[in-house]
Design a binder for this molecule. Structure first.
Ligand SMILES: [Zn+2]
Length: 492
């Protein structure tokens, strides 16, 4: 049965206790008067509440104490700047239809209290600057951060702490993560000088799932960005996406991901980006620039990664998650560092015959839903499945049905980790625009973040080497394509 918690009910490779042994927490979020009036404090609150409401099975109930204040720009998509803060945080969270959330005058007894700013008696505090965020056991106010990355990173780590605690991992080790230097620290990191007044940003973002929606939200909330973000995803929102896609809620279920995300971010952003959604594959986006300047990959299948790499963009940044680990990579330089496809074996493709058998074995409701997605009648689809005559099916129908009817077990995927990966992807895209010296570069092109052990020596930038027989950049690929990538890469 489909439900919100499907995708995070697994054990993440045996790291967590099983979900039936889960001990859901009653969580209370307490915001200081100062933090409720800063854009960073408001963003930390919005993201924390959004993630905790999605953590069905880990959070039993959620209450919030927040002094009255006015909503600032770039905080809550779809809510008017200047309106009352708390409703602009709670109303969108309630539409997710996950954990119940309500305002409270004070923390209910026996609740796990998370503090934002200088409040008393919290077990865990969010601390953040422009580019860094972390969790500690002592209170602190922010020092006027205006970028969204730090508050979102802090909120993701706090939600992660709650999620893991409910599943038997209660150890807590305060730390900060700095997305500017990609470093985990005990000391509060130092932010670089503020961004310039305006920053030209034309990207193609492929994949509007959990990682993609978090990246889009972070770009929307970054002041000074201007240009067009082309976005592409051929999927529609389903119930199991709601545990981790920060821009989607119950009313989004059944709607196309790309246009739904773009609509959510239409107004109220901190910069002046324009969104150009395409409800289909990135390689078919009708208005993407050619050649592509910067591609942001937030897709989650290796076949999609191959299709994106074959577009041969000048620069590629890719973010993904696996169990309780997030990673971020820059593809290239060609021949000396990995491409987007290296070490990502293609998923097996199933035969047309198998797709037809699976379709015929599906229940009536599923068949009706698939026919609707393909904009043809159930009778037509039934005829195709029985006779293999596909006059009414276009060339995208078979791959779509193959994917939709694939009974593969759902990959473990949890909201806080996807948000972390998406926010790091957006931050790295902004760093790329300003040629930051802290960016992933031609030598150190990969960073992994193991959230169960933030101090793991593997949580640092490293060399991600190519795979010798890679089907794009190795002996399994085409020399013509590789030469073209080399030529484009040298012009970035
Ligand atoms: Zn490769």
């Amino acid at each position: 049965m489909e439900s919100i918690e499907n995708r995070h009910s697994g054990t993440a490779g045996g790291v967590l206790v099983t979900s039936d042994q889960s001990k859901p927490l009653n969580v209370h979020v307490s915001v200081s008067p100062y933090a409720s009036g800063t854009v960073a404090g408001q963003r930390a609150l919005w993201m924390l509440v959004n993630l905790l409401v999605r953590a069905v099975g880990a959070v039993a109930s959620l209450t919030v104490t927040c002094p009255e204040n006015k909503l600032l720009p770039g905080v809550s998509p779809g809510h008017a700047v200047g309106s009352s803060l708390l409703p602009a945080v709670l109303k969108p969270a309630q539409l997710i239809n996950g954990v119940s959330v309500a305002p409270a005058a004070q923390a209910p007894e026996r609740s796990f209290v998370i503090g934002i700013g200088g409040v008393d008696d919290a077990q865990l505090y969010l601390i953040f600057g422009d580019w860094w965020g972390g969790i500690t056991s002592t209170a602190g106010e922010d020092s006027g951060a205006i970028l969204p990355f730090g508050p979102y990173i802090a909120a993701a780590h706090a939600a992660g702490q709650v999620f893991r605690a409910s599943r038997g991992r209660t150890e807590f080790d305060p730390f900060f993560y700095d997305s500017w230097q990609h470093a985990t620290t005990h000391e509060i990191p130092k932010d670089p000088p503020p961004l310039g007044a305006s920053l030209k940003s034309n990207f193609l973002l492929a994949g509007v799932g959990a990682v993609g929606t978090a990246a889009l939200l972070a770009l929307w909330a970054t002041p000074g960005l201007e240009g067009t973000v082309h976005i592409a995803d051929g999927d529609t929102v389903d119930l199991t996406n709601l545990n981790r896609c920060v821009l989607f809620d119950m009313p989004s279920v059944g709607l196309p991901k790309a246009t739904t995300a773009a609509r959510a971010l239409e107004f109220g952003g901190a910069g002046s980006l324009t969104w150009d959604p395409h409800n289909g594959l990135a390689q078919e986006h009708p208005r993407r620039q050619q050649p592509l300047d910067l591609l942001l990959s937030a897709v989650d299948t290796n076949r999609s990664r191959l299709a994106l790499q074959r577009l041969i963009p000048m620069s590629i940044l890719g973010a993904s998650t696996y169990n309780l680990r997030a990673s971020l990579m820059r593809a290239g330089p060609p021949r000396s560092r990995a491409c987007l496809v290296c070490h990502n074996p293609l998923e097996p493709e199933i035969s047309d015959q198998k797709v037809r058998e699976r379709y015929l074995a599906a229940d009536a409701e599923t068949r009706a839903r698939l026919a609707e997605s393909l904009a043809i009648s159930v009778a037509e689809l039934d005829t195709w499945a029985r006779t293999a005559r596909c006059g009414e099916l276009d060339n995208r129908a078979l791959p779509f049905l193959g994917e939709a009817l694939d009974p593969k077990p759902l990959q473990f995927s949890v909201g806080y980790l996807s948000v972390l990966a998406g926010v790091l992807l957006a931050a790295e895209a902004v760093k790329d625009r300003i040629a930051s010296d802290g960016s992933l570069n031609d030598d150190l092109n990969y960073v992994g973040i193991q959230t169960v052990s933030p101090w793991s020596p593997r949580n640092s930038v490293t060399r991600y080497l190519p795979q010798g027989d890679c089907i794009f950049c190795g002996t399994g690929g085409s020399t013509t394509r590789l030469n073209l990538w080399e030529a484009r890469y040298s012009h970035r």
